[in-house]
Design a binder for this molecule. Sequence first.
Ligand code: ATP
Length: 307
Amino acid sequence: LLLAYDPARKLARLQVTLERAAVNARMIYEILDTEPHQKDAPGARDIAVSGGEIVVDGVSFGYAGTGMVLKNVSFTAEPGRMTALVGPSGAGKSTLIALLLRFYDPNEGAIRIDGQDIAGITKRSLREKIAYVSQQPYLFEGTIRDNLRYGRADATDAEIEEAAKLAYAHDFIMEQPQGYDTPVGENGVTLSGGQRQRVSIARALVRNAPILLLDEATSALDTESEAIVQKALDHAMEGRTVVVIAHRLSTIARADRIIVMQSGRIAEQGRHEDLAQRSDGIYARFHRMQALGLDTDVAIDQAGAAP
Ligand code: ATP
């Protein structure tokens, strides 16, 4: 009985889960916090962003103890345009986002923003220029206003309200017992999934950064919340360089560039109309499956797995 329990294996699995959870938690904290926790390279400079062009140039990367999970990845996310990352689970999409935020540096290749290699840039200045909306928005212990101000510490109340209005959060915030001063988090009011997402989008709008990284939610909201979250996102995307881990066909189809990832490589890239027309591509396969009514993520996984 004891042998069947296999504690070592269980422990190893737990370790991996905890590490991944820690990475996600760190991504949340460090993006919101403008204080640098990690040391920058000696002589690191602050980034200067004008258009917000992102060039990923021959990037390969592996976590400590894993093989390469990104292999010679190259693409350009054009200023003010939407680039969608699409691919089966484990393809490396989240890892790419983590590299853009400099939670890790590439083993090979470089990421340049407006011509500046981000490896030589201070993390604080980089993250000031990037807003990140994750799948599972995190609300801190504190008031709604505090949570919004995490987007940018010196934001005025008027700026916070303006952002909340653009994110369709203002009305439900005003309905809370103390409006913007209502406590949320563990000891505060409970907001619905759609409301949390709108707070998180408002936080991104408060930051007013030229680059928006978005991990589109996979878990379905009801149709009404869905539509309103989408409208809030449309406001957040306007005029920004957007890189989105996309799970919805509507997002993918209107992206200016689709990057199809598979096992750490870029399998295909282009626009929806072009990729969908290829007779043998993964994207075309995905599109056919999706047209048959398969859920988008299931279709992507199956298209990636097919020979
Ligand atoms: P999903 O849609 O499931 O999140 P993904 O395309 O975002 O998938 P990644 O999460 O980037 O893929 O994972 C790429 C590979 O790297 C996977 O094999 C994954 O197990 C591994 N990986 C991800 N995070 C870590 C980590 N912190 N430590 C070690 N390996 C990791």
